[in-house]
Ligand binder design. Structure first.
Ligand SMILES: [Mn+2]
Length: 337
């Protein structure tokens, strides 16, 4: 699976230009690419006179503070006000209907569903698929869609797309940041957006409670150089109490793994986070290229990308979840690097 065939693009454009109303959804606990892609497309469609609503099917239904600068957030409606039977349903950055949370059933009730995504694990659950697992971000596909819809690249749309590109490439540090990605970034910057303020909002702004939480997470981090078949594992657990003490939500903890994965002794980094709303645990994993953590997490009921993935667990304690994960990591083949 690679670049979407021309026929899929043409069908998507025909549907999007023909519809009076379009309902957009991205994955639950949305990240920069999910939100940025959805709001960029929403803004583009609205500029053509289309009636647009956008949402995600899970709690908390609140744009994370780091993404409060994004445009077109007035398009957002809570999932309980989302159309029950959308005329045209578009999903963004979501590899399977369950990633849509309570909006997953719209795949069945909608007249038609367009899937815009870049996850290798995409299950092709729609009627039209703009799916490219080689795209660095869903935002890359939305950028092409905006062009094909003949919508001018405004600063608002550019800022939203840049957010997706920036976050999914780890600030252009991952191998996915190809020359084409930098060319797209250049086009977006040429509109005059303040990329410095976008980066500051996403990466360099947090309440003091985050510093305390990070300190706690780092102080309790563990390293096992013998784990993962000798490639090494670093992990930490963020308990519900740590979250409550810091006054932060689950989405705010996302950055912890980016600190943990710095450890040069470990191929794989893991953060196990208590979910204060749903209960259970949310597990984030990262690898440096020698282990397909996407496959490891898929085996545990989750998914994601080759080197960045996650899963959820209902285990009573974090140790049980960690033991299951470690067993999968132990069995994972080592990729050539
Ligand atoms: Mn993405």
């Amino acid at each position: 699976m690679s670049v979407p065939p021309e026929r899929q693009w043409q069908r998507a454009v025909a549907m999007l230009t023909g519809a009076d109303r379009v309902a957009l959804a991205c994955h639950v606990a949305p990240d920069g690419d999910a939100l940025g892609s959805m709001l960029a497309l929403g803004d583009a469609l609205r500029s053509r006179g289309t009636e647009v609503v956008a949402s995600w099917g899970g709690e908390p239904f609140e744009v994370p503070a780091a993404y409060a600068f994004l445009p077109a957030t007035d398009l957002l409606v809570p999932p309980w006000n989302f159309p029950a039977e959308p005329e045209l349903f578009v999903t963004l950055d979501s590899g399977s209907p369950d990633r849509l949370g309570t909006l997953g059933d719209r795949v069945r009730t909608a007249n038609c569903t367009i899937v815009v995504d870049h996850h290798a694990t995409n299950t092709r659950y729609g009627g039209v698929h703009l799916v490219d697992d080689e795209a660095a971000a869903t935002a890359v596909l939305v950028a092409e869609l905006v062009d094909r819809l003949d919508v001018e690249l405004s600063q608002d749309i550019a800022a939203a797309l840049y957010t997706g590109l920036l976050t999914d490439t780890g600030s252009f540090r991952y191998p996915s940041a190809t020359p084409a990605v930098h060319e797209l970034a250049a086009r977006l910057l040429a509109t005059g957006i303040r990329h410095d303020l976008i980066s500051r909002a996403i990466y360099d702004t947090a309440p003091f409670g985050w510093i305390e939480l990070l300190g706690q997470a780092c102080a309790t981090a563990r390293l096992d150089v013998a784990a993962v078949g000798g490639l090494g594992l670093v992990w930490t657990v963020v308990e519900a109490g740590d979250l409550a003490a810091s006054g932060l939500g689950l989405a705010d903890v996302e950055g912890v793994i980016d600190v943990l994965r710095v450890a040069q002794e470990a191929e794989v980094a893991v953060v196990v986070k208590a979910d204060p709303i749903e209960g259970g645990w949310k597990v984030s994993t990262r690898s440096k290229g020698a282990v397909d953590v996407g496959a490891v997490c898929a085996a545990l009921g989750g998914g994601g990308h080759l080197f960045a993935a996650g899963f959820t667990s209902d285990d009573d304690d974090a140790d049980t979840t960690l033991a299951r994960l470690r067993a999968e990591l132990e069995a994972a083949p080592h990729l050539p690097t």
